[in-house]
Ligand binder design. Structure first.
Ligand code: AMP
Ligand code: MG
Length: 487
């Protein structure tokens, strides 16, 4: 276990030089204080969890203090936003403080979001508000606990610093961690600004640090792109299987590592709705729940375009062709597990599609349906779940198909079925209204609800005593919350 001053830095991205990032110091928050910390994320840095309670923790992650070895940098990138190219973006309010490596030899980027203005702030104030910082913290840790690759969050630091959005709010900082903060948009930036040397340096950097096994391949860059395609197909399959809607899948928000990255007006589905749009400024539904699948491919094509100096167009196209079949195979595999199936049959895709259509028409809670389906034998479970459906004849027909399919899958007994299904079907997810309750309390100075919710979501598959209220469908007020896009 380490104390805060014992972290070991090795700032490899900073060493790429000034073409890639600019040295900027964090702008401190007034009266910084700990809102919430993740012990699990602290463990990744070998940090003693007790240090989160010390004043120096809030000072470090509230922008007042810095390690001597940290090299805070704002990174430059660009990206396609809602389909159109924005030539220059970059860390407008976040700083890569440095790269820390732990005793296991893993490197973690420490990225402080809400740390003040940078050369890339454009019209922004460089700040992040408490509400959006709490949402990012909860979402990244909750996704990780669900087994969905994501950037992590070490802590949220609150403050008295006033920040103007639609109204006056308070500034906060979230300390984000990932093995890399490089986005598709980094490659696009050097491609569209016609800086082949820097682009090659960036590609070498990513290859050496994050895809070293691709070095062994005849075409290392192509192997790396293929790997990125595969990771994204797997990631988006998990989003779809678990009902996560990212909301702003611009290429500057897509990680080169295939992890969930940059949280805005994201949402987990309550009722199943394939057309759900969580981002209220997304008028055309470009990033609706079901569109995440083709958008994943669109984003990979944008990355492919930026890689044309290194890889032939034909090879890129072929690699892109892997995306959909891989997505489908991964998604179907996850859905089979969610249904408690251990074998594969040709009709499984249709079994899933029929169920989702029924759920869509009846507004069935996506998370609780699967959890309850595993509570008891298939026959008893479908008999109990039947009441949630409007189209009873339709559901009965599906239930017959499902029971027959389960019977062919094998007779495992109820206990084994429950254990297997509950291990993949969470009881607790980050519903918007739960986040909203925690945020309202935090905005009035009570951080206990954020901390409790974080605790509950860190074990989403385990039924936790006294936490029944976190496993409920939303109340009416919480069903269609408009989450502000300003953050
Ligand atoms: P986002 O929507 O958070 O992914 O941000 C898109 C771009 O806008 C990124 O370049 C951000 O750094 C920048 N940005 C967002 N909010 C602010 C802000 N309050 N101040 C400065 N830049 C910002
Ligand atoms: Mg972003």
């Amino acid at each position: 276990m380490k104390a805060l001053d014992e972290l070991t830095f090795d700032n490899r991205f900073a060493r790429l030089g000034d073409a890639f990032s600019t040295h900027v110091l964090p702008e401190p928050l007034d009266a910084p204080r700990l809102v919430v910390a993740s012990e699990a994320a602290m463990a990744l840095l070998d940090l003693d969890p007790a240090v989160a309670q010390t004043p120096v923790f809030a000072e470090l992650f509230g922008g007042h203090k810095l390690w001597a070895e940290a090299e805070p940098r704002a990174m430059v990138y660009s990206g396609h936003q809602f389909g159109g190219y924005t030539p220059q973006l970059g860390d407008g309010r976040g700083l890569l403080l440095g790269e820390v490596y732990n005793e296991a030899g893993e490197h973690w980027d420490l990225h402080l979001k809400g740390a003040g203005m940078t050369p890339y702030s454009r019209m922004g104030d460089g700040r992040a508000v408490l509400r959006s910082s709490i949402r990012e913290f909860l979402a990244s840790e909750a996704l990780h606990a669900l087994g969905i690759p994501s950037s992590r969050a070490l802590c949220v630091i609150g403050s008295d610093t006033p920040v103007w959005r639609e109204k006056q709010e308070r500034g906060a900082m979230v300390l984000r961690m990932a093995h890399s903060h490089i986005r598709f948009g980094h490659f696009e930036y050097f491609y569209y600004t016609k800086k082949p040397e820097q682009q090659a340096l960036l590609a070498e950097h990513v290859l050496n640090l994050h895809y070293p096994e691709c070095r062994e391949q005849p075409e290392p860059y192509l192997a790396m792109f293929r790997e990125i395609v595969e990771r994204n197909a797997e990631l988006i399959a998990k989003w779809q299987a678990y009902g996560f809607c990212h909301g702003v899948m611009n290429t500057d928000n897509m990680s080169i590592l295939g992890i969930t990255f940059d949280f805005g007006p994201f949402a987990f589905l309550d009722d199943f709705d394939a057309h759900f749009i969580c981002n209220h400024s997304d008028h055309e539904g470009r990033y609706s729940f079901s569109n995440q699948v083709p958008i994943g491919q669109w984003n990979l094509s944008a990355l492919a375009q930026a890689l044309t100096p290194f890889i032939s167009v034909d090879a890129l196209k072929e690699a892109l062709g892997l995306y959909l079949p891989l997505y489908q195979a991964n998604y179907l595999d996850l859905m089979r597990r969610r249904l408690g199936l251990t074998t594969a049959e040709d009709d499984d895709q249709q079994l899933v599609e029929r169920l989702l259509k029924l759920m869509q028409n009846s507004g069935v809670d996506y998370t609780l349906f699967f959890r309850r389906l595993g509570d008891e034998s298939a026959a008893l479970a479908v008999a109990r779940l039947r009441d949630d459906f409007v189209d009873l004849a339709g559901f009965d027909a599906w239930a017959e198909q499902y029971k027959a399919r389960v019977a062919r899958d094998g007779d495992y007994g109820e206990e084994q079925r429950r254990a297997r299904m509950h291990a993949v079907n969470p009881l607790y997810i980050l519903r918007n209204y739960l986040a909203q309750n925690a945020i309202a309390a935090a905005e009035s100075g009570d951080y206990s609800e954020v901390r409790r919710l974080h605790e509950v979501l860190s074990k989403p598959f385990e039924e936790q005593a006294g936490m029944e209220q976190y496993a409920q469908r939303p109340p009416d007020w919480g069903k269609h919350l408009e989450i502000s896009c300003s953050s």
